[in-house]
Design a binder for this molecule. Structure first.
Ligand SMILES: Nc1nc2c(ncn2[C@@H]2O[C@H](COP(=O)(O)OP(=O)(O)OP(=O)(O)O)[C@@H](O)[C@H]2O)c(=O)[nH]1
Ligand SMILES: [Mg+2]
Length: 424
C-alpha cells in the first residue's frame, strides 16, 4: 500500500562510461529517507550523455507521454516543441546522434493521491548539469532533482541546530544561484539573441543581489559560530580526542551512545546525524603501580559521508568536517555486514577520499568493523582477512555496537594510542 504522506517519485538513472555508477539500492534508501515513494525506476544506457537533456530524447518523450497519459492532457507548448526539435550537438560541436529504442513504452502506476503534475518528482540517480535540469523541468513541467539535491533535502529534514540550518541554506543558495545564472543565460539568448546579451539582466539583478546579500550574511554568521566553536575546542585540547568518522548509517552514533551512555538519535536511514557532538568518556585502565585508573577521552561523532559527496555540500559543511583535524585518533567506522563486499570497499574508499579533502590523512586511524552480529563467524573472518590484505598498515577491530561485542578491544586501542601520545 502506498503511504499517502509520501511524495511520489520516478527515479531515472543514466549509465554511461563517463558517469559515476551510483548504487540504485542506495538511491532507494535515500529517497525513502527524504520522504519519497518511488513508483518507477527507469534506467538508460548511453555511450554519451545527451548534452541538452542528459537522457536520450526518445526517453524524455516517453516519460512525458507516460505522465500525460495519466493526466489525460498534453501540455506541450511551442517552446518545448522547439527545444525537442532543434538539432543537438555534443561538447565537440558535432551533431549528436543517439540510439533510441522507441519500442519500450513506459507505464507508471500512479497512486490515487496524485492530482497535479507538480506532485510528481523526477529524481536522477546521477549528477545533472544546470542546463539539463532547466531543460527537463521545462519539458516535463514538474520538479526535477538529482542525487545531490536529494541528499540536500535529507540534510534539510534532519538539521536541528542553527549552524547546520545555515550551512544547508548556503548550499541550497549556491545551487540556486548557479541555476539562475544558467537560466538567465538561456533566457537572454532565447529572447534577444547573443547580440543583446546584458539587456534583460535588469529583471534578474534584484534576485541575484538578494541571493548575494543573504549568502554574505550567512557566511559572516557561520564565521562567528566557528570562532565560538574554536574556543570550545581549545578547552578540549588538553584531552585525547577521538573522532568517529565514516559512511552514513555505519553505526557511528550507536557506538558513541554505547561508549558515553548517551542517547543521541540513531536510525536505519541516511544522515541522521548532521551536527557534531562530543562527549567525555572515562575508560578504566590498569596502571603500572597496579592500581586502576580512569583515562579520560573526548569522543566526537559527526556527519557521515556518502559516495561522491557533492562539492557544494562538502564546502557548506567544511567547518564541521574540519573539526576532525583536531583529533588525535580517528576511528573509521565500517558496516561490515553489507550484502555486497565491493560496496564495503567503495565506502571505505569514499571515507579516505573525503579524509584527504579535509586534510586528516596524517592522523592515526583504526578501522572499526561494525555490525558483526549480522554475520556468521566464518563469513566475518573472510571479510576481515580481505580487508587486512588491502589495508595491511591500518589496525582493525571487529565489533557490534548493538550488543557491545568487541568494546574492550576498542578501549585497549584508544588507551594504547593515548599512552603513545603521552597525554595525561
Ligand atoms: N545489527 C546491527 N545494527 C547496528 C549496529 N550498530 C548500529 N546499528 C544500526 O545501524 C543503523 C545506523 O546507526 P547510526 O548509529 O544511526 O549510524 P550513523 O553512522 O550514526 O549514521 P548517520 O548519522 O546517518 O551518518 C541504526 O539502525 C542502528 O541501530 C550493530 O552493531 N549491529
Ligand atoms: Mg549518526
Amino acid at each position: 500500500m502506498i503511504n499517502s504522506l509520501l511524495k511520489t517519485a520516478i527515479v531515472v538513472q543514466v549509465y554511461c562510461p563517463t558517469l559515476f555508477p551510483y548504487d540504485i539500492d542506495e538511491m532507494k534508501g535515500l529517497a525513502k529517507t527524504a520522504g519519497y515513494n518511488i513508483i518507477s525506476i527507469i534506467p538508460q544506457n548511453l555511450d554519451h550523455i545527451n548534452p541538452k537533456f542528459f537522457l536520450g530524447k526518445g526517453k524524455v518523450e516517453l516519460i512525458n507521454t507516460g505522465i500525460d497519459n495519466f493526466f489525460f492532457n498534453h501540455h506541450h507548448n511551442q517552446y518545448v516543441e522547439e527545444l525537442l526539435e532543434s538539432e543537438e550537438f555534443d561538447e565537440n560541436g558535432n551533431p549528436f546522434e543517439e540510439y533510441e529504442n522507441k519500442e519500450d513504452n513506459i507505464e507508471f502506476d500512479f497512486p490515487e493521491t496524485i492530482h497535479k503534475r507538480k506532485d510528481i518528482t523526477i529524481i536522477f540517480n546521477n549528477r545533472l548539469g544546470n542546463m539539463h535540469r532547466l531543460n527537463l523541468t521545462k519539458i516535463w513541467d514538474l520538479k526535477v532533482i538529482d542525487r545531490d539535491e536529494l541528499v540536500l533535502e535529507i540534510f534539510e529534514r534532519h538539521a536541528q541546530t542553527h549552524e547546520s540550518k545555515l550551512q544547508i541554506e548556503l548550499a541550497r543558495l549556491n545551487l540556486e544561484t548557479n541555476i539562475i545564472k544558467k537560466e538567465l543565460g538561456q533566457h537572454l539568448e532565447e529572447k534577444q539573441g547573443r547580440d543583446f546579451k546584458g539587456k534583460g539582466r535588469k529583471g534578474w539583478e534584484p534576485k541575484m543581489q538578494a541571493y548575494r546579500g543573504r549568502k554574505k550574511k550567512i557566511r559572516d554568521e557561520l564565521k562567528v559560530i566557528s570562532k565560538r566553536r574554536n574556543l570550545r575546542r581549545k578547552g578540549r585540547s588538553k584531552f585525547f580526542n577521538v573522532g568517529l568518522i565514516g559512511y552514513t548509517n555505519a553505526g557511528k552514533s550507536t557506538i558513541l551512545n554505547q561508549l558515553a551512555k548517551s542517547r543521541f538519535e540513531t536510525a536505519q536511514q541516511e544522515f541522521t546525524t548532521i551536527t557534531p557532538v562530543s562527549r567525555k568518556v572515562v575508560f578504566p585502565s590498569f596502571k603500572e603501580n597496579g592500581k586502576w585508573d580512569g583515562q579520560e577521552v573526548i569522543i566526537t561523532d559527526s556527519v557521515g559521508f556518502i559516495m561522491d559527496m557533492s562539492p557544494a555540500l562538502i564546502n557548506a559543511f567544511l567547518s564541521t568536517l574540519e573539526e576532525f583535524q583536531f583529533s588525535d585518533l580517528l576511528l573509521l567506522i565500517v558496516d561490515i555486514s553489507e550484502p555486497k563486499f565491493e560496496a564495503i570497499l567503495d565506502k571505505i574508499r569514499t571515507t579516505f577520499t573525503i579524509m584527504a579533502q579535509i586534510l586528516v590523512m596524517e592522523i592515526p586511524r583504526v578501522l572499526v568493523l561494525n555490525k558483526i552480529d549480522e554475520l556468521s563467524e566464518e563469513f566475518l573472518q573472510k571479510r576481515v582477512e580481505k580487508i587486512r590484505e588491502i589495508y595491511p598498515e591500518i589496525p582493525n577491530v571487529s565489533i557490534s555496537a548493538l550488543d557491545k561485542t568487541g568494546f574492550e578491544k576498542i578501549s585497549e586501542i584508544i588507551i594504547a594510542f593515548k599512552q603513545q601520545k603521552k597525554y595525561h
